[in-house]
Design a protein around this ligand. Structure first.
Ligand SMILES: *Cc1c(COP(=O)(O)O)cnc(C)c1O
Length: 224
């Protein structure tokens, strides 16, 4: 049996130590609990233990969970998976954050589908930092044009950058991401998020400037 509360406490302790070692304030690193493929009762357990930020990767599965959990207040849903354009409406209407925006077409559609009555959708741009062909993410070369575009979208707020660094290039990827993040931050007040680090690399990611770690299996157990 996995104990969600214990797992959350262990992860928080890891975050705390990583922050201490790199002279960072623990409040500057947010824990995003990645609940993809996991049942509603485990999400409720995490909520009961105080967790409020949850990440999902598959749209339909996520929407079903979101609709089943509307009774939990102040819970924030983050979409972190690859985005197909026919799913942008569901994402724009059910989530408060999206970490995986990587092209103008997707940004356009999210902006169109987000109601002007709602708070703007918080957006992180996924950067293909290790330069792998197969992975999603905008290239470093194409990033400035995408940033400029999002800046002009009324229903989107650019909050930062996201990356899933390739294992063998982890260290240089963190450093490059931190540089990009700091550059963008210069003239953007609301830009405060570097979404980097997962169950197996949250400590080095925090040492290299991550402000949000996306942790799944270390909280909810291995996925099938
Ligand atoms: C699944 C997933 C995670 C969580 O991965 P773990 O290794 O289980 O912590 C984080 N980020 C993204 C984008 C994911 O798809």
């Amino acid at each position: 049996m996995i104990d969600i509360k214990d797992n959350l406490a262990i992860i928080k302790q890891q975050i705390f130590q990583a922050c201490q070692q790199s002279n960072r304030c623990v409040d500057d690193v947010i824990l995003l609990a990645v609940s993809k493929t996991k049942p509603i009762n485990l999400i409720e357990q995490a909520y009961q233990a105080g967790q409020r930020e949850f990440g999902e990767s598959y749209v339909q599965e996520a929407v079903d969970k979101i609709n089943a959990l509307t009774h939990l207040s102040q819970l924030n849903w983050h979409f972190i998976g690859p985005i197909q354009s026919n799913k942008t409406k569901l994402i724009a209407t059910h989530f408060s954050w999206v970490h995986s925006v990587d092209r103008i077409k997707i940004a356009t559609r999210l902006n169109e589908h987000r109601s002007a009555q709602d708070t703007p959708l918080n957006v992180c741009l996924q950067v293909n930092i290790s330069g792998e062909r197969s992975k999603s993410g905008v290239t470093v070369e194409e990033l400035p044009a995408l940033v400029e575009f999002i800046d002009r979208c009324e229903n989107l707020t650019l909050r930062g950058l996201m990356a899933i660094p390739e294992k063998k290039a982890e260290k240089t990827s963190y450093i490059k991401m931190f540089e990009l993040f700091n550059m963008l931050k210069l003239n953007r007040e609301k830009l405060d998020t570097l979404s980097m680090g997962m169950s197996n690399d949250l400590v080095p990611a925090i040492a290299n400037g991550s402000t949000m770690v996306r942790v799944g299996s270390a909280i909810f157990g291995q996925r099938e």
